[in-house]
Write a protein that binds this ligand. Structure first.
Ligand SMILES: Nc1nc2c(ncn2[C@@H]2O[C@H](COP(=O)(O)OP(=O)(O)OP(=O)(O)O)[C@@H](O)[C@H]2O)c(=O)[nH]1
Ligand SMILES: [Mg+2]
Ligand SMILES: [Zn+2]
Ligand SMILES: [Zn+2]
Length: 233
């Protein structure tokens, strides 16, 4: 992890980030939006999952995407084809999205679209298995992806992401016949870090597991909506 205390300025960067995350979550809550932060190492399949998720859920939920990438809009352009609002954020040299960057994306959403009409904002974080897990962006749920090509040991070697995740997607399971990988062991290693995490095996290529993932997303959106109406009652 990065140094998070700026000694020269006397600022705890994670503390400052937390205030920004609270600001973002207040926006989402006011608009009745559930926000999910999608994180993984580069290439684990975040954008492919989002493509399938937009296909599968955009009739049932009003979805927008905040797409974080260091330099390009390649992923944002892939997702714009689905006709949903997509706000691209380039992080420059930063290896993760922070709350301030996402605030910029939220304010763009607010000015260009009607946020009250949205149910769900999916944030695709920068591909990185460590830093995104440290910087909350105002999400209601953290989703981590781990592809089966990365190795069973990754939840043990990069624990923070897996400890923080509300849902872990084991991706690219269509490749299992070609690899020497034990998917049960991946799940067991995640459980060791985080006993309560929901774990779903998926393939964006064959569609395996996607209905279960869609069900999880819908239940989280419904849960935060009903909590909100309960609070207001
Ligand atoms: N076989 C197979 N390939 C997949 C699957 N999901 C993604 N891929 C491939 O994996 C590569 C990376 O997928 P992306 O969706 O771009 O991954 P990403 O996590 O968004 O990557 P970054 O945004 O660069 O971190 C692409 O070549 C995809 O076609 C899957 O379920 N099965
Ligand atoms: Mg991507
Ligand atoms: Zn604001
Ligand atoms: Zn970093």
């Amino acid at each position: 992890m990065h140094q998070t205390f700026d000694a020269a300025l006397g600022i705890d960067l994670l503390h400052v980030n937390q205030a920004g995350a609270d600001h973002n979550r207040a926006h989402f809550d006011a608009w009745g939006i559930t926000c999910m932060n999608i994180m993984s190492s580069p290439g684990a399949g975040k954008t492919a999952l989002l493509e399938r998720t937009l296909e599968g859920l955009h009739q049932k939920l009003a979805i927008a995407v905040i797409e974080g990438d260091m330099t390009t809009e390649l992923d944002a352009d892939r997702l714009r084809q689905y006709g949903v609002p997509v706000v691209a954020i380039n992080t420059g040299r930063s290896c993760h999205l922070d709350a301030k960057m996402v605030a910029g994306g939220i304010h763009t959403l607010e000015h260009q679209y009607d946020p009250n009409a949205l149910d769900l904002v999916l944030v695709e974080n920068v591909g990185n298995l460590v830093c995104p897990a440290e910087f909350e962006v105002g999400e209601h749920a953290k989703i981590a992806l781990l592809s089966i090509t990365e190795g069973e040991d990754k939840p043990l070697k990069y624990p923070i992401m897996f400890q923080e995740a509300d849902c872990l997607l084991i991706t690219k399971v269509d490749l299992a016949p070609y690899l020497d990988v034990n998917i049960e062991q991946i799940a067991a290693n995640v459980r060791q870090m985080n006993p309560h995490c929901t774990i779903i095996s998926v393939s964006a290529k064959t569609g395996e597991g996607l209905e279960e993932w869609f069900g999880w997303v819908r239940s989280r959106v419904q849960a935060s909506t009903s909590t909100k109406s309960h609070t207001h009652a």
